[in-house]
Design a protein. Sequence first.
Length: 191
Amino acid sequence: MSTKLANPAPLGLMGFGMTTILLNIHNAGFFPIDSMILAMGIFYGGLSQVLVGMMCFKRGDTFGTTAFTSYGLFWLTLVGLIVMPYMGLPASPASFMGWYLALWGIFTGFMFIGSLCYPVAKQVVFGSLTVLFFLLAARDFTGSTLIGTIAGIEGIFCGASAIYFAMAQVLNNEYGRTILQSARRKKQRHQ
């Protein structure tokens, strides 16, 4: 008896999208960082995406495994970088945080290239995330509040694009037809 496996991607995209929006509301200067943002980073952005990555592994989805597991661990390391100085460990200098974010930007740039054979909605998520990481790196390299605000606004867009793509997959699957467009590519793979 064959059991159909559910698509775990919407769960991971929601964890990523909601956490990204909340952190970037902070980055844009609208709200201070607090325990709510950190808790989202640990649980919904972090642990849930790692779990989704493992579910993608079970489905044979290399892209999903790499993306969700990596970004889940990104959230966990980011929370660690924010919290560990309060536990007596030295904080990373802003310029070194710039390198941390630039490396994530490079990784995400390659993931964006990988997303080009998927629906356009997925490309928007990875394209906007690449821009976000490089803007955040530029903010940390320069200390520019303006770049930080621009990054925050762009990050809100990035998170919203992930939520849209998640809901397109859920609603389109549930209704058996296109409710929210994701602009499918001719060669379809796991979403």
